[in-house]
Design a protein around this ligand. Structure first.
Ligand code: ADP
Length: 455
């Protein structure tokens, strides 16, 4: 039989499980085809084994969810690349690719880091197709860009709620996700570039205006995603929104307070929250005592303006600590000196808090030879179950700043969990992809709750 040429990626549909379009990677290296699924539950129907599961057919859009169900035809134990064994259900479904229609067996993969939502394996292609790895979409149209139309039926019709996303870059993962999540719930959401907003300060009728003179007076809520370099102006805009009665998810006050590392540390100690022993001084004359005060070397010196671990250094000896501290001081930099938590072994925990609840948590492990676990410093992260003490600490830390949304960083020490930092614009990319949780949706639900909105 003459085989048809197929590209290395193709759009196809799976009618039996109501998926009108999904992009599959054609991979003859894998035996069985697989689809990324979540909430996989085995159920019994008329004495038969069935499975219910959710599929997010659009890459990275966790807010678009197709609920599927199918009969289980097999259960297999699969060993993942990290060596963990996983039970996988196998289903059968009709597949449509171009004008071809046939049945395939499909493994339900529970978020194992597959690059595509679906993988078309050897069994499905071997007798039909020849793969031309240099080509894409040979048998199908490329639906990138218009895929959302196929799923319009899943998107709620207009809810009447109008939101603004106050940020700097529309293409950032977190911002894209918040827009998708709001739209999936039927809300209108406008991207407001901080730099394109301006204000009228007037006792009678204060205003916020957007590029071109548009008056922003009809927004129900604003979601701030203010990068550190925009704190001053971004927070001023938020205050203005607040003054015209627009609800701000994370107030200007909460954001500016949480961005001041020294002030935050003072707030933590006033509120009985444990942090690594920390010292701060203005004059270089006190350097030696400052070092003694935090227990001597090894210790950590942090620039107050640090982000992504960039301004955090460790000093192995008292001599090195003295030199680093004095060097920073001669540059007029504001620094914190902090006890080094050796037993953390380069790990820290990020808890994502929405509306007073920990909605997800991950543990980050620093690269070899590095103590900073920031992803930007090469750290790796995985899901983690935190204990009740850690949970309490994370929730309390967000509450102190009255932050509705916060990323709380905790380090595990011999004295119990210690608070490192509270972030008012925590990123969604790492934590959503690692935990598979739709955190953007949680954020939108929190706004609905604050506004007492019900759909
Ligand atoms: P940034 O705000 O720049 O991310 P952090 O204070 O969060 O700075 O520190 C960066 C990383 O360095 C943390 O994620 C943690 O892994 C590590 N770290 C910070 N403080 C300590 C400490 N006192 N002891 C051990 N490791 C630390």
């Amino acid at each position: 039989m003459l085989k048809t040429i197929i590209g290395c990626e193709e759009w196809l549909s799976l009618e039996d499980i109501k998926i009108p379009a999904i992009k599959a990677r054609v991979d003859s290296g894998a035996k069985t085809s697989a689809i990324q699924a979540s909430n996989i539950k085995r159920v019994t129907r008329n004495g038969e084994a069935w499975v219910t599961f959710d599929v997010n057919p659009i890459q990275d859009n966790l807010s678009l969810n197709v609920s599927c169900e199918s009969k289980v035809i097999d259960t297999r134990i699969i060993r993942s690349s990290s060596g963990e064994s996983q039970k996988r259900y196998v289903i059968k479904t009709k597949l449509k690719l171009g004008s071809d229609e046939f049945e395939i067996e499909l493994n339900l993969a529970d978020r194992d880091g597959m690059e595509y939502r679906m993988l078309l394996g050897r069994e499905a292609i071997i007798n039909r197709y020849l793969v031309d790895a240099s080509k894409s979409f040979v048998l199908s149209d490329n639906l990138d860009g218009e895929i959302i139309k196929k799923y319009n039926y899943l998107i709620k019709q207009s809810s009447g709620l109008k939101l603004g996303l106050l940020a700097s870059n529309k293409d950032l993962y977190s911002n894209k996700r918040l827009i998708e999540a709001a739209e999936a719930r039927g809300h209108k959401i406008e991207f407001l570039n901080i730099q394109h907003c301006y204000m009228k300060l007037d006792a009678q009728k204060p205003e916020v205006r957007f590029r071109g003179g548009k008056i922003l007076d009809d927004l129900d809520a604003v979601i701030p995603r203010i990068r550190p370099s925009m704190t001053f102006y971004g927070c001023a805009l938020l205050r203005q929104f607040d003054s015209i009665g627009t609800y701000c998810l994370n107030s200007s006050f909460s954001i500016s307070q949480s961005r001041d590392k020294l002030f935050s540390s003072q707030l933590f100690s006033i509120n009985g929250i444990n942090i690594p022993i920390t010292g701060f001084a203005k004059s270089p004359l006190e350097t030696k005592d400052l070092i003694d005060m935090v227990g001597g070397s090894p210790l950590i010196v942090k620039l107050l303006e640090s982000a992504q671990g960039k301004g955090v250094v460790s000093a192995e000896t008292n001599k090195a600590a003295e030199s680093v501290i004095n060097a920073f001081k001669s540059l007029q930099a504001n620094i914190l000196v902090q006890e080094f938590i050796k037993e953390a072994e380069g790990k820290d925990i990020r808890c994502f808090i929405v509306d007073g609840k920990v909605v997800a948590s991950i543990i980050r492990q620093a690269n070899k030879g590095e103590f900073r676990s920031n992803i930007h410093q090469g750290g790796k992260a995985r899901k983690v179950k935190i204990n009740s003490e850690e949970k309490k600490l994370a929730i309390k830390a967000a509450k102190i700043f009255k932050l509705d949304v916060a990323g709380v960083d905790i380090i595990r020490s011999n004295k119990g969990p210690l608070l490192l930092e509270v972030n008012s614009s925590p990123g969604l990319e790492g934590i959503e992809s690692i935990t598979g949780k739709d955190i953007a949706n949680e954020i939108i639900l929190a706004i609905e709750k604050k506004l007492k909105f019900s759909s």
